[in-house]
Design a protein around this ligand. Structure first.
Ligand SMILES: [Zn+2]
Length: 407
């Protein structure tokens, strides 16, 4: 045994503490009064969970707020402002900004990340060349996988597909999509499925990102997912259109997603910031009710999306804050749903990414976050600070709890 985390409280077991034994990067034992010749860290009854899982994060265009303006604050402006800023991106610039963002993720207890990475004839592979070195450089703290996608369209943007294939070849990642910026949205979706099948790739798309519930692309995605037996390998992000559906139609659409096996990622900070800009009062929240989709058997995650750019001029890369933000916006109050907010940044997010060896179980990777609280409910409700993070059993983060200095 290399390490024992003594007196840990596990998610779903608030009434007792256990010791977690770690050997060779794996969880070797979970029981009370574990004794072995090993380094011991006493957690004092605090919550130990499998690490946070970020399913959707744009490292390449993070931290560019000082280069952009945002007067309207809507999606069109964000796309055009970032498209302008991209012209001056270099691999070194992308690397430096992505590194800063990645380190903040690690400090907030994230141990797995799917990063959305855009290629097109404008930026070429500069984004990829900036991000790719970080995969190896930070493998000691985080598993970073790359999702290659065409932010500025694909069928209307000749040369994009070739760049995507080259980026996929170099990164070994999965394929993404952004049909709403394409001249032929369904054409792009079909092309993405064709490439995914040809190269045996999972799919993660940006989808249905307005508040007009007519013509939802997700129905086309479900159709293709059924047709190609791709259930369990497809995720869709944003899908803010669902937030504009009355409950009966929402339930029917949820059932369709469930039957197709399509998972959904809600990006609370971006969605509430960009949506509803046409309203000057009673502004809709524009955030899809992920916890209600879970009730229908759809798997969902909550993720960060953008950090300090015109899509989201905020961001500390804390997934726990994202869970709390979502719970606030979506008016989540019941204990079961609050627990699900925690699962949507841990186990449900891991399932969406088809991670193997994830979770606090003997034999799994020792990717662990320790929070300054006792339960997952307290973690979400009170934004409990991260005190430790471990990647494959090695300590990657330590944070001293804040202390009061009484007179
Ligand atoms: Zn995104």
């Amino acid at each position: 045994m290399d390490l024992i985390l003594r007196n840990a409280r596990l998610p779903g077991q608030p009434d007792r503490t256990v010791d977690i034994g770690i050997a060779k990067g794996k969880i070797a034992a979970i029981k009370q009064n574990l004794s072995a010749d090993a380094e011991i860290i006493d957690l004092g009854g605090r919550l130990a969970s499998a690490g946070f899982v970020e399913t959707h994060l744009h490292l390449d265009k993070s931290c560019i707020l000082d280069r952009c303006s945002a007067s309207r604050g809507d999606l069109d402006e964000a796309i055009s402002e970032v498209a302008k800023a991209k012209k001056s991106f270099t691999p070194e610039d992308v690397y430096n900004r992505a590194k800063r963002t990645l380190e903040r993720c690690i400090l907030n207890g994230t141990t797995h990340i799917r990063t959305q990475l855009e290629v097109d004839p404008g930026i070429g592979l500069k984004g990829l060349e900036g991000v790719l070195p970080l995969v190896k450089e930070y493998a000691w703290a985080v598993d970073l996988e790359v999702c290659v996608f065409p932010q500025e369209g694909m069928l209307n943007n000749p040369g994009t597909e070739e760049l995507m294939l080259e980026a996929l070849r170099r990164s070994g990642g999965l394929i993404g999509a952004c049909p709403y910026t394409d001249s032929d949205p369904h054409g792009q979706i079909d092309r993405i499925y064709a490439l995914a099948r040809e190269h045996d790739l999972d799919i993660d798309m940006h989808l249905d990102f307005t508040l007009d519930p007519a013509d939802m692309d997700l129905l086309h995605v479900c159709k293709r997912t059924d047709e190609f037996k791709y259930g369990g390998r497809v995720a869709i992000g944003h899908v803010t259109k669902l937030s504009a559906l009355p409950s009966e139609k929402f339930s029917a659409t949820a059932k369709r997603l469930q039957s197709a096996g399509v998972a959904l990622t809600v990006l609370p900070s971006t969605d509430i910031y960009l949506m509803g800009r046409a309203h000057d009062h009673h502004v809709p929240r524009g955030v899809t009710a992920a916890h209600k989709l879970l009730h229908h058997g759809v798997n969902c995650s909550l993720a960060t999306n953008n950090v300090l750019n015109p899509f989201t001029p905020f961001g500390d890369c804390s997934l726990l804050r994202m869970a709390n933000l979502y719970a606030n916006i979506a008016q989540v109050g019941t204990a079961d749903d609050i627990a699900e907010c925690f699962q949507m940044v841990t186990s449900r997010a891991a399932k969406l990414m088809n991670l193997s060896g994830y979770g606090l179980k003997v034999g799994n990777n020792a990717d662990i976050v320790v929070l300054d609280c006792e339960t997952i409910h307290a973690a979400v409700r009170e934004l409990a600070p991260v005190l430790y993070a471990f990647k494959r059993g090695r300590k990657t983060v330590t944070r001293e709890p804040a202390r009061l200095h009484r007179p």
